[in-house]
Design a protein around this ligand. Structure first.
Ligand code: MG
Length: 163
């Protein structure tokens, strides 16, 4: 049985994961519009991954007999000046997600809610990976600067992402 406070926070996290997915789809639309199909494909895979996070939280709430309450999903940003800015926004977004996951995990630990704390472990680790992946892409983009062939190769590399 979840406490009302944790149930509420998990519902908020569910909304956060849906919003993340929506934001990455918006980033994909930006890249599609600019004819960067590789970057767009990468963002779409990212959006799918966020949906799996949402489903995991949904299932956990459901297994715990808690009420899932869907909220509005905010309109995401849809215009960026350059590729680097899109990935910088992704990283900033992931940092806010990391904070909310860690706050939630700490709350579960303090409440001695072991099932929730253990359930969230995977999310905590996932956030470390997300930030690291984005940091790496940003570093590459900074090195590439205005080099068209560098951008082309990174685009191709990211476009090969399958999951
Ligand atoms: Mg996520």
């Amino acid at each position: 049985m979840l406490s009302k406070e944790i149930e509420k926070k998990l519902n908020e996290q569910l909304n956060c994961e849906f919003y993340s997915s929506y934001l990455y789809i918006s980033m994909a639309t930006h890249f599609d519009y600019c004819n960067f199909k590789g970057f767009s494909g990468w963002m779409m895979q990212q959006a799918k991954e966020e949906l799996t996070h949402a489903h995991k939280i949904y299932n956990y709430l459901s297994m715990q007999g808690a009420k899932v309450e869907l909220q509005e999903i905010a309109k995401p940003k849809n215009h960026w000046e350059c590729t680097l800015d899109v990935f910088k926004d992704s990283l900033n977004h992931e940092k806010t997600v990391t904070k909310s996951i860690n706050d939630l995990a700490n709350m579960a630990i303090e409440a001695k809610d072991n099932p929730t704390a253990i359930f969230l472990q995977e999310f905590v680790t996932e956030q470390v990976e997300e930030e690291s992946t984005l940091e790496e892409i940003i570093q590459k983009l900074k090195l590439i600067k205005d080099n068209i062939s560098g951008l082309y190769f990174l685009e191709r590399e990211l476009g090969m992402r399958k999951e």
